[in-house]
Each structure stands twice: as C-alpha cells, then as structure tokens.
Design a protein around this ligand. Structure first.
Ligand code: HQG
Length: 182
C-alpha cells in the first residue's frame, strides 16, 4: 500500500471505524498511537516514522498528534460522535459547499444536512468546493450566506485544518452558483 492509501485507511479508522483494527477512540476522538501502529502493522509494514510522515505531509492536514505523540486524532470528518474540541468562530460572510447534482432536489427541499457525518462541511473557496462536489459525480456548488446564518444564531466551527463546520444549513441561506458565475 502507498502512503496515500495508508492515509485513507487511517482516515477510515480515526473518523468512522476504529474497530477495523480493534482499537477505540476516547471521547475527544484520540486513539493510542502504539495501538494504531500495531493494528496497521498486522496488515502491512508500518511504523512510527511512516505515521509521522503521513501526518506531516497529508495534503489536507487531516490528523493531529498530542504534544508527546502518544495520541492521534482526525481533525474533522467524523461519523463517530466524538468531541474534538472544535473552535466556535464567526465565519466569513460567504462559504461554499460542493455536492452532486443528484442531491439538488433533496437539498433544495431539506437544506444541507450532515448525513453520516457530525457536521456539514463547508469551504472558504469555490475551487475546493468544486473538488469536493466532483467526488459525488456531476458537481454543483452552493454559496452559503454564513453572515446571515451567524446573525440568526447558528454556530460555526473551524477545524484545526481549516474546514468550516456547522450542524445544518436551511434552504433560505443557500444559493446555487449558476453557470454564468462560474
Ligand atoms: C449531501 C472530504 C441529499 C452533501 C471533503 C454531500 C469534505 C444531501 C453528501 C469532507 C443533503 C454527504 C466532507 C440533503 C447534504 N439531501 N444530500 N438534504 N444535505 N447532502 O462525504 O461534504 O478528503 O459526508 O452535499 O473534502 O462531500 O475525506 O460530505 O454531497 O471536506 O478529508 O450529502 O470530506 O474530506 O457526503 O465531504 P459527505 P462532503 P476528506
């Protein structure tokens, strides 16, 4: 397995399925580094140097160690209900969400919901939203009137790796970016 494939496997373990290698996360999403390494090493060659390289080079900075590197967690993206001590913050006035055209009707009826994750994930720029949207087939991008949402009392959080999170986005704060604006 390449480091990127291993990184994806670590994302699965630390966000969704620690039981895949027989480990658990604590209430703040931390896994024991020794146990994580041993669990992965049962399937493929794996050691601390490789883990440190993955954490340091991950393109989205998905993971953090604690100070003495005995614990590791994912910064966002969980489906398991853990509290990663997210920072509540005033959002930029506009945020973006990229998704698949196939979800359009449902989103325009129910707004954005977190589905299997704990939060709806929002981007600061259109380019990132487009990349996320493409993971779901033909993409569409919405702008979110985050300034108004925040004024109306909705909470926003900024993860350690710069992803904006909120619990849901009602339809009235959403605008599809039309082809002309792209
Ligand atoms: C959609 C990646 C129907 C939502 C990315 C999304 C991101 C609805 C999908 C992070 C809906 C859930 C998260 C509704 C929302 N009806 N569909 N009412 N409301 N949806 O994967 O945002 O590479 O859970 O639009 O970069 O695509 O994994 O969320 O399309 O930051 O680190 O339901 O994952 O990061 O899909 O991606 P996901 P996402 P990583």
């Amino acid at each position: 397995m390449s480091l990127i494939q291993t990184s994806k496997f670590i994302a699965l373990i630390l966000r969704h399925k620690p039981e895949a290698i027989g480990i658990t996360l604590d209430e703040h999403g931390w896994a024991n580094v020794d146990k994580l390494i041993k669990g992965i090493a049962k399937r493929q060659p794996f050691d601390m140097a490789m883990l440190e390289e993955i954490v340091a080079t991950d393109e989205k900075q998905r993971y953090s160690f604690n100070e003495d590197k005995t614990l590791i967690r994912a910064n966002q993206g969980h489906s398991i209900p853990v509290d990663v001590e997210l920072e509540e913050k005033e959002p930029p006035s506009i945020l973006y969400h990229g998704t698949g055209v196939k979800y359009k009707a449902s989103i325009e009826e129910k707004g954005l919901i977190p589905k299997s994750r704990l939060y709806v994930h929002l981007s600061v720029d259109e380019e990132t939203a487009l990349k996320v949207g493409k993971r779901h087939g033909k993409p569409i991008i919405y702008t979110i009137n985050a300034a108004q949402m925040h004024k109306d009392g909705y909470k926003f959080y900024l993860s350690e790796n710069g992803v904006w999170l909120t619990e849901s986005v009602p339809v009235k704060y959403l605008n599809e970016i039309t082809e002309n604006e792209k």
